[in-house]
Design a protein around this ligand. Structure first.
Ligand code: COA
Length: 182
């Protein structure tokens, strides 16, 4: 399946399908934010990835054509300020995806995540025809929870030991948003 190239913009923030032209800039951003990624993202790797590792993994995301992953960059004023992934896309009786994102530490607190999540929901429920988006957030990550809640996500509950993050199984608050009109 060939992935659609998607682009949606609002309030100066654009969500754009990850492409080869973004790889170096996004890899540098992810290296600069490695500490935050380590404490917020699921991983079984004991070592911090190198720049080359990150480039490899971004190219893998671009090449993935199973329909299970839609990787995006978040762009403001022509600069990559973060990334956002709709992953674990399940079709059939679920029509759902998981949403995860990162905003560069120098650009936080300016509403970028809130805007990007809103754009991702619009794409997910229109172009991708999904029924449900889920997000898992650690209880102490107040900014992330707030960005999802601002976009109409509802809290499903607390999933104990949900994901392996930063060397241990961590509890996560699960949030979901259903397609408009459901
Ligand atoms: C979580 C993250 C994406 C938020 O990005 P952001 O662009 O700064 O978010 P926003 O500016 O849209 O702010 C979202 C909300 O959080 C609030 N907020 C920001 N920092 C906060 C903090 N430290 N404590 C509590 N609330 C906070 C903002 O005020 C805003 O709420 P409001 O709309 O009620 O004012 C960003 O901090 C990040 O990339 N963190 C590291 C990776 C991560 O945690 N990803 C999410 C994994 S689930």
């Amino acid at each position: 399946m060939r992935r659609l190239s998607l682009h949606l913009e609002s309030d100066g923030v654009a969500l754009v399908t990850l492409a080869p032209r973004h790889v170096d800039e996004l890899a540098a951003l992810r290296i600069a934010n490695a500490q935050d990624i380590r404490v917020s993202s699921a991983s079984r790797h004991p070592h911090e990835p190198s720049f080359a590792d990150v480039v490899r993994s971004l190219n893998y995301r671009i090449a993935s054509d199973t329909g299970e992953l839609y990787p995006f960059v978040i762009i403001r004023a022509g600069v990559v300020v973060g990334d956002l992934n709709l992953s674990q896309v399940a079709r059939g009786a679920e029509e759902s995806a998981n949403l995860g994102l990162l905003v560069d530490r120098d650009c936080r607190g300016q509403g970028i995540a809130t805007c990007a999540i809103g754009l991702a929901c619009r794409l997910a429920f229109s172009e991708l025809a999904l029924h449900r988006i889920q997000a898992g957030v650690q209880p102490e990550n107040r900014a992330s929870q707030q960005a999802f809640l601002r976009n109409g996500f509802e809290r499903i509950g607390l999933a104990r030991g949900f994901l392996f993050v930063n060397g241990a199984w961590r509890d996560h608050i699960l949030l979901q948003k259903l397609a408009p009109g459901y």
